[in-house]
Design a protein around this ligand. Structure first.
Ligand code: DAT
Ligand code: MG
Length: 139
């Protein structure tokens, strides 16, 4: 249903640093229900495709290299007002600008290695969820 789902990735730095348990706890405490979840690793081609919207940006190469550097956790989350509420929970892209108590404030290392992804619109939540999951993988 439009408006009540978002898509997230716990990025390679979250897994390397051992923070996935804490981050998933914060997501659960904020009222999000996990509808699909998997540990996976992006190939270069898939990372390029996922972030295609940023391909002209100067950080695109660095972003693709980082997002393919280790495993990620991809998940579809459900809650009322999911996209906006999840962006509030994760905080600003740059952890230096993220509000206190947000996932990125607590766990992101830098603007590039920033712990989590959150979809920026209902439309992209559907596109990004479909990029990672088949309908049969949702509960
Ligand atoms: P967000 O992930 O908050 O939606 P975005 O869509 O603008 O941010 O950028 C996607 C990702 O690209 C971001 O999570 C980390 C990386 N990124 C963005 N700006 C960057 C920069 N100036 N330097 C390095 N990486 C950057
Ligand atoms: Mg974005």
């Amino acid at each position: 249903m439009a408006g009540n789902r978002t898509f997230t990735m716990l990025k390679p730095d979250s897994i390397e640093s051992g923070n996935i348990g804490n981050i998933l706890q914060m997501i659960s405490n904020a009222g999000f229900e996990i509808k699909a979840m998997k540990l996976t690793q992006l190939s270069e081609d898939r990372a390029k495709k996922f972030y295609e919207v940023h391909k002209e940006r100067p950080f695109y190469g660095e972003l693709v290299e980082y997002m393919t550097s280790g495993p990620i956790i991809a998940a579809i989350l459900e809650k009322d007002n999911a996209v906006e509420d999840f962006r509030t929970l994760i905080g600003a892209t740059d952890p230096a600008e993220a509000a206190d108590g947000t996932i990125r404030k607590l766990y992101a290392e830098s603007k590039g290695r920033n712990a989590v992804h959150g979809s920026d619109s209902d439309e992209n939540a559907v596109i990004e969820g479909n990029f990672h999951f088949e309908a049969s993988e949702l509960v």
